[in-house]
Design a protein around this ligand. Sequence first.
Ligand SMILES: Nc1ncnc2c1ncn2[C@@H]1O[C@H](COP(=O)(O)OP(=O)(O)O)[C@@H](O)[C@H]1O
Ligand SMILES: [Mg+2]
Length: 306
Amino acid sequence: MKDGLRIGVLLGGTSAEREVSLKSGAAVSGALRELGYDVVDIDVGADLCARLRQERVELAFIALHGGTGEDGSVQGLLEVMGIPYTGSGVLASAVAMDKVFSKTLFERAGIKVPGYEVISSMDEKVKMPLPVVVKPSREGSSIGVFIVTQKEELKDALEAALEYEGPALVERYIKGKEVQIGVLGERALGGVEVRPTNEFYDYEAKYTAGKTQYILPPEMDERSYALAMEAGLAAHRALGCGGATRVDLLVDGNDIYALEVNTIPGMTETSLLPKIAALSGLDFKALLEEIVKDALAGRAGERKMK
Ligand SMILES: Nc1ncnc2c1ncn2[C@@H]1O[C@H](COP(=O)(O)OP(=O)(O)O)[C@@H](O)[C@H]1O
Ligand SMILES: [Mg+2]
């Protein structure tokens, strides 16, 4: 057994992304077993604390997507229990889950973001000219995201976005190349260009095979690619993230805009982050080893805001 380390792979959970998490978790746990770790799968529910104790988990590999697994809650429980875990800490996880807070920190770090307004109720007026993108501040998977080009559509889009937790975000529509950068600890691994056949990278484009073309590495000149990687790493650091993240960017000529940092990217062998890691010479197992190493190192430095 590898170093005798007992790893609990946290998967499933109760968020809308449960099914995706089960797939990530199965892939992670299978590969960790093949690497020789002593692995137990834990489907996360209200009994998480008891299960972690019962199973004598020494390190938690978090393969949860969305909800309490990604917003810092599960991370907080693990902190209290003194169990090291993969990925970002409590604060970075919570901040990354909130697009308004994230933007504030991106701006503070000198990273460009699309111009935006925060709308908390239907009584407030949008001042920005169309087209705009309306989205909830704390959702993912493009849920509740609308591109508004006609004045008549704005009210419905805002009402829909306000149905979710937190205020609505209205952003200037950026017509550009969509690029995602994979970051591991203190380095950018590379990127992927996302070319949806739909109007934008919406829910269907994300989860239906064949609806989106993924280009690895992105089709852009070397200098722009280097700048995009720099921006991705800067965004990861601005939020104080740790472990492996995937940063969503929009690139319009020389302007690179940060949209968000995904703190728990999909982890099946065909997910984007593992594909990006493969570009940089890290196969799936090597990537997992790096993530485990990062978790064991405690990442005290990385988790502090840069
Ligand atoms: N300001 C914008 N300009 C153009 N497209 C955008 C903008 N914001 C979001 N999008 C599109 O919507 C998608 C989802 O937006 P994002 O902010 O990443 O939210 P989510 O957390 O749901 O992924 C993006 O991948 C992109 O295709
Ligand atoms: Mg996104």
